[in-house]
Design a protein. Structure first.
Length: 759
């Protein structure tokens, strides 16, 4: 029995997450990034796009490569020079023995010299070079030399003593000629310059030896003067005693700082503290109690106490003499108390003054110790600095002396070598310039291999860019991710169905064994898992926008419930574009609008259909104010009456984002089902529809994705095959609509509008 209390409880009922039978996706909390499964799905769905884009791009790469090879090729010629290692056991240079790193440095130096503007200008003066088209293109030696410097490659070959010299031009003969001229010119210049190198190096060695000798003598004089000025020897003898003195001062400093800190803590603890709250020591109590005046007052109090006790034995407690004695006793006690407090204050003040004096004395001693410590540490620092400087001077002098001695030895060796032979040129041509037989541009492995990678990357990039920019809802995953709704089911596109079904509204009624009908039965099963039956008595079927198939879903869902032996009432609440009456021709022209404006019986215009357990209440004539009528108390009475007579009430409502009627109905029913059309419905519209309904505190049971096409990487492709293999003894026909061969893809096509009764 439906009551307002029951309806309020059901309005706040939270269903459990969808599970089980159909295996569809539960609602996501918010849109998330692509995971691995999404990547695989996108690749499968957009396989043809990826392949087509890749083929076109790679054909473009191949065309560009052929164009460059035919019209703009470059021919590269190269020569190789060899820089021989030293032919003597030493190299006559200030650097000493020749090491591999020095050889590498020389190789790089020679390579840089090969690209000097001066050398290239000398090469361009040759008549054969001037006759080339390379020189003729620039018609100016300086401009041509600048470009030649950029085009020329001169670099050491790793792990060798070779230098590669290469140049690429549009004519293979010119490349060979220019490279050969550069190599010949440079080797000739190198031989000429090398004849004078030996004498220059000999002179440099002698000058370096003389300079080292002068530096060593200067450093010796400086060290001697420094020792005399700083008296390092005497300071070294007193170093141990100075260190002990500093250690003693540090110990005294730590002790005085600890004492000062303790005294300061005691003084700060006594400041701002109530004197009465600080307990007295035994010694302080003895000083206070020994005061003569305090003892006099205490004796008076004790004497008066004795008189009071004696009088109480003779007269009563209220006697005048007793009262007089008590007044005298109180006065004496007050004097005693006042005197004791005065004495305590004096004791504490004396204690505080003593602490202050001790603190000041400690601070004075500490200041003196700090001065002594600073003086001692400064003296120690000066000694350490002087000692370190003296050691540095000694080390520098020793190093200079050793360098001078080594340099003298090398001068003697060089003089002996000069008498035997002169240095020969070490740079020679290892390989002369050769004429190329294949162009260096285009580099086929680089062009085709790199083009392959780029084309493949762009193909996948375009596919995923299309996925990211696609605003349409295409899969149940889109519903769960962007609509944040549980997917109650997915209805396949009618064009892919094997059964001969003309209208999707007739799927369950005329083709109960079809996959479309089975999909609606799965929706019914999922709804039963979404909550108890009493929480789903009245269901509103709506959509974000028109033409998404909500009427077809509402009709088939109602028929599915009726076939499961439930009493079902289908109500057409779309006054502006009613469609239910066209599907059930025998229904009455009067309908919901007539009931809302004047009928006494809420279910007066309900019509029985030719299907068992299914009744229909059409929309009726168009009322002037649909939203106000749907939100009236009369509508609540109609729904309550329908709940009491039927097991399930299905309402076919208008679109959420266009009319306020759906918002009004959402607050009156037990649950709302949002229908989204695959390929035509948008992700943003679905999310806004959900937010708009939930903002009214209405309960959204989930969403149904309508018109899903069988596609590679999508839904129903394999399910069609498995379904009809399981339900029939015959194999799937090869020309089954909507099923493509493996490896092929199909674009999703939008379905037809629900107001024309298409899915």
């Amino acid at each position: 029995m439906d009551t307002p209390a029951n309806r309020d409880a059901l309005a706040h009922y939270e269903p459990p997450p969808l599970a089980g039978p159909s295996g569809y996706v539960a609602a996501a909390s918010a849109p998330q990034g692509l995971n691995f499964n999404d990547v695989i799905r996108v690749i499968k769905q957009r396989k043809m796009m990826i392949i087509t884009t890749f083929v076109l791009l790679y054909l473009l790469v191949g065309g560009i490569t052929m164009l460059v090879r035919v019209k703009f090729p470059l021919w590269s010629s190269e020569a190789i020079l060899e820089l021989e290692p030293p032919r003597v056991p030493f190299d006559i240079s200030e650097g000493g023995w020749e090491q591999p790193k020095a050889q590498e440095s020389q190789l790089r130096t020679e390579a840089l010299k090969l690209r000097q503007i001066g050398l290239l200008l000398d090469v361009l003066k040759d008549d054969q070079v001037k006759a080339t088209s390379y020189y003729g293109y620039y018609k100016d030696a300086l401009r041509c030399a600048d470009e030649l410097q950029d085009d020329l490659v001169a670099a050491p070959i790793p792990e060798s003593s070779l230098i590669r010299v290469a140049l690429a031009t549009s004519d293979p003969k010119e490349s060979e000629l220019i490279v050969q001229k550069i190599v010949t010119t440079y080797t000739t210049r190198y031989k000429t310059e090398s004849q004078d190198d030996l004498y220059k190096q000999m002179q440099n060695l002698q000058e370096a030896a003389t300079k080292l000798e002068t530096d060593w003598k200067t450093q010796q004089d400086e060290l001697r003067r420094f020792r005399e000025q700083t008296d390092i020897h005497a300071a070294e003898l007193d170093q141990f005693s100075e260190q002990r003195y500093v250690a003693d001062l540090l110990t005294r400093k730590s002790t005085l700082e600890a004492t000062s800190s303790a005294l300061e803590t005691q003084i700060n603890g006594l400041r701002g503290v109530d004197p009465g709250s600080i307990p007295l020591t035994a010694e302080q109590k003895l000083i206070v109690e020994s005061d003569p005046v305090l003892r006099l007052y205490r004796n008076q109090v004790e004497a008066l106490d004795i008189e009071i006790r004696t009088s109480l034995k003779v007269v009563g407690d209220n006697h005048r003499d007793v009262k007089l004695l008590r007044e005298r006793r109180d006065a004496a006690y007050e004097k005693e108390t006042s005197r004791r407090e005065e004495l305590i204050s004096q004791v504490r003040e004396r204690e505080l003054n003593t602490l202050r004096q001790d603190f000041a004395q400690t601070q004075n001693v500490l200041a003196k110790v700090l001065d002594q410590l600073e003086e001692a540490e400064a003296k120690q620092r000066d000694f350490n600095r002087n000692l370190q400087q003296a050691r540095q001077l000694e080390e520098s002098s020793d190093l200079t002396r050793k360098q001078w001695e080594r340099m003298l030895d090398r001068v003697q060796e060089a003089q002996g070598m000069l008498k035997e032979r002169q240095r020969e040129a070490r740079l020679k041509v290892y390989q002369a310039a050769t004429r190329p037989n294949q162009p260096s541009r285009p580099n086929l492995p680089l062009f085709l291999g790199g083009g392959f990678v780029i084309a493949l990357g762009l193909s996948f990039g375009l596919a995923f860019l299309r996925e990211f920019t696609d605003k349409a809802i295409r899969t149940p995953i889109d519903v769960a991710r962007y609509g944040r709704l549980s997917v109650l089911g997915a209805i396949p596109l009618l064009d892919d169905e094997e059964e001969d079904i003309e209208e999707v509204e007739d799927a369950v009624r005329k083709a109960p064994q079809s996959l479309v009908a089975e999909s609606f039965r799965k929706v019914r099963t999922n709804l039963r898992f979404a909550g108890p039956p009493d929480a789903q008595r009245a269901l509103l079927v709506t959509s974000p926008s028109p033409e998404e198939g909500k009427t077809a879903v509402a009709v088939n869902l109602a028929i599915t419930y009726a076939f499961s032996n439930e009493r079902v009432l289908l109500i057409d609440c779309n006054f502006r574009r009613p469609a239910v009456r066209a599907l059930f021709p025998n229904t009455r022209p009067e309908g919901l609008s007539n009931t809302l404006v004047g009928s006494d019986d809420p279910l007066q215009y309900v019509t029985k259909t030719d299907l068992p357990n299914l009744d229909v209440l059409t929309a009726g004539p168009m009322p002037p104010t649909p939203a106000e009528l749907l939100g009236s108390k009369r509508m609540i009475e109609i729904l309550n009456a329908a709940r009491s007579r039927y097991d399930t009430v299905v309402l076919d409502g208008p679109p959420v984002l266009l009319m306020s009627d759906a918002n009004v109905l959402a607050t009156l029913v037990d649950g709302v089902i949002i229908v989204a059309r695959a390929d035509s419905g948008t992700k943003g519209a679905l999310g806004r529809a959900r937010d708009q309904i939930e903002a009214l505190n209405a309960r959204v049971l989930g969403s149904i994705l309508n018109g899903v096409r069988a596609r590679a990487g999508g839904y129903f492709r394999q399910q069609y095959r498995d379904f009809y293999e399981y339900t029939s003894d015959e194999t799937i026909p090869s020309d089954l609509p909507g099923l493509l061969a493996d490896g092929e893809d199909a674009d999703q096509a939008p379905g037809k509008d629900d107001d024309d009764n298409k899915a």
